[in-house]
Design a protein around this ligand. Structure first.
Ligand code: ZN
Length: 210
């Protein structure tokens, strides 16, 4: 299996201005306690996570309502790391994707996994996101920090996906995942009431070309 989750530590870059990960200790054996118990503070957007519809709309579904069907099942990794800006259907076809998959993972190469928070990254065009969702896309996953561009203010890709009933994974580590089909397991942790939830994301190769 390929672990496509980022290891979250105090040095994991958070979105500029967001709450970083920090860890303390409630009890420590070195201090005479019978157990070690840690305590964490973080934004749920630090590291590999699923966004919930609540992230971009008041009153929309929170983290505990993220449906397992979207996050578990066949998925295809498509490499768009040679692109600088918008990813449209033609670019996806050129990268080898003919039909719309249920779960699409975009490898942009602009990941926090081994470096600082990226200056920018490629993203789907709004038209492409809407067309994929209309064709049955259930999940879009990316290795960059957002499915929208860094400077996007209206988050049109988030809205297009959620409005069409699709879901979102961000900050994947796709550095070891070649473009191919896999079985994806990426169930969100069932925190209640949040706008996003941490995910342990794993790919199992299926030996199917595309
Ligand atoms: Zn997010």
């Amino acid at each position: 299996m390929i672990d496509i989750s980022i290891v979250v530590t105090a040095s994991t870059p958070e979105w500029p201005g967001d709450t970083p990960f920090s860890c303390g200790w409630t009890w420590q054996m070195a201090a005479g306690a019978s157990v070690n118990v840690s305590s964490i503070t973080m934004s749920p957007h630090v590291g590999t996570h699923a966004d919930a519809p609540l992230h971009v709309r008041d009153g929309a579904a929170p983290s505990e309502e993220l449906p397992l069907e979207a996050f578990v099942g066949p998925a295809v990794v498509v490499d768009v790391s040679h692109l600088a800006g918008d990813v449209d259907r033609r670019a996806l076809r050129a990268a080898g994707l003919d039909a719309t998959p249920a779960r699409l993972l975009l490898r942009t190469g602009r990941s926090i996994v081994r470096g600082p928070f990226p200056a920018d990254w490629p993203a789907l065009t709004a038209e492409c996101a809407a067309a994929l969702v209309a064709d049955g896309l259930l999940l879009l996953g990316v290795d960059c920090p957002s499915v929208d561009r860094r400077e996007a203010k209206h988050l049109v890709i988030h809205h297009a996906l959620f409005d069409g009933g699709a879901f979102i994974l961000e900050n994947l580590d796709l550095s070891q995942a070649a473009a191919a089909w896999y079985d994806l397991m990426a169930a969100p942790v069932r925190f209640g009431g949040l706008d996003a939830a941490p995910v342990r994301a794993v790919l199992r190769p299926t030996h199917t070309g595309f």
